[in-house]
Design a protein around this ligand. Structure first.
Ligand code: PNS
Length: 374
């Protein structure tokens, strides 16, 4: 291996990066010195790599990375060092490909990497045909070809992204209109390098679940459902069929029918029976948010526990609370059941459309004392 100070590569690297050697900045290969940069390769300086990873997230939990125009492989190796599971490096230049292999050896990451010698466009098309997906794609082409080639390749790269994935493009200046057309990126300038990050466009439909026993649905529930319907694209009211420690007099189907009746004017609300875990039901419905009503501090403990438990089952799951309107803050399904069972009026406590049904369904005629007295 050539020694620093004795070769032109060393001098070029030092001039461009401000340091004699490229080093891995963080993670399991932190501090490992990379091989001298081959002729014709423009390496990303350590400080740019560090700043870039500061904005991408410091450490990662698995996933695949694709390093195009890989040069020394420093970007992909940095990603492996910080927690990516596997990396594919694409490099046309034979000497550069050998340096990537050398750097993978130095960082002991050879087992988690594949180095492909070839043309970026052809390789990207092949990976797309194979159905490969990446969470992070680096494209650091020689500046003279950045504009034209990235413009053509970018739509293909966006199609290779896994959910939540990002494409990072390095260029000498802002990318042109051609790129802006195919995807919207956020650019940052680090010295003479512009880094643009493109995110995979995610479906914009935000679905929320309103779960509950709804035994029966109350005016308070309806208020929360309609306020949730104003905040989300779609709301699925989930009627629990196997709620812990609760047996309902009214089957889940009937409880669901009552909700359908009162929520009819809300165009973006549907009602479903939920059989298993809330988080599984949410996944099936393409939702990661549950909306619940909070009436008083006393609700908080139980809701807090459920929200935390649901996050242990589904890390991205969020529970959003809507504060009950003051006039509903003392209203509960159990109070409705009790009043109706004793023949009292629940007018105002449940929506008018279902008042009669609820009154008659939950009414429990008093037991006659059975001693035969007249
Ligand atoms: O109206 P409720 O009784 O407060 O509703 C309770 C419900 C249905 C929201 C809750 O029991 C639930 O989410 N059940 C599904 C089962 C589940 O996911 N349990 C784990 C979280 S505690």
């Amino acid at each position: 291996m050539q020694q620093p100070g004795t070769n032109a590569a060393y001098a070029r690297t030092a001039m461009r990066t401000g340091s004699a050697y490229l080093r891995i900045v963080a993670g399991e290969a932190r501090g490992v010195r990379l091989a001298p940069v081959p002729e014709g390769v423009r390496p990303t300086a350590d400080r740019v790599r560090e700043a870039l990873f500061n904005s991408l997230g410091q450490f990662f939990d698995g996933g695949e990375v694709l390093d195009l125009y890989a040069g020394t492989g420093a970007l992909g190796i940095e990603a492996l060092s910080r927690g990516y599971e596997r990396a594919t490096f694409v490099e046309k230049n034979r000497r550069a490909a050998a340096v990537i292999r050398e750097n993978l050896g130095r960082t002991r990451l050879t087992d988690r990497a594949e180095v492909v010698r070839g043309d970026v466009r052809g390789e990207v098309e092949r990976l797309a045909r194979e159905g490969r997906e990446y969470r992070l794609i680096f494209a650091d082409p020689p500046y003279r070809i950045a504009e034209s080639e990235i413009g053509e390749v970018l739509p293909l790269l966006m199609a290779l992204l896994a959910p939540g994935g990002r494409v990072v493009v390095e260029s000498g200046g802002p990318l042109g209109a051609q790129q802006a057309e195919s995807a919207k990126g956020v650019s940052r300038r680090y010295g003479g390098t512009t880094v643009t990050i493109f995110e995979r466009p995610e479906p914009t439909m935000h679905v929320a679940i309103c779960p509950g026993s709804f035994d029966p649905v109350t005016s308070g529930h309806l208020d929360v459902i309609s306020r949730a319907s104003a905040l989300f694209d779609h709301v699925v009211v989930a009627v629990g069929s196997n709620v812990r420690k609760k047996t309902s007099k009214l089957p889940a189907d009937d409880r669901a029918r009552l909700i359908e009746k009162v929520a009819k004017p809300l165009q973006n609300v549907s009602v479903e029976i939920m059989e298993g875990l809330l988080v599984d039901f949410a996944r099936e419905q393409g939702a990661r948010v549950a909306v619940k009503g909070l009436r008083a501090g006393s609700d908080f403990e139980a809701e807090f526990q459920q929200a935390q438990l649901n996050r242990t089952l589904y890390a991205d799951f969020e529970t959003v609370f809507i504060m009950a309107a003051p006039e509903h803050s003392f209203l509960s399904s159990s109070a409705v059941r009790e009043i109706a069972s004793l023949g009292g009026s629940v007018k105002g406590l449940v929506p008018d459309e279902i008042l009669e049904t609820v009154q008659s369904f939950y009414y429990e005629p008093p037991m006659r004392s059975g001693n035969g007295e007249k």
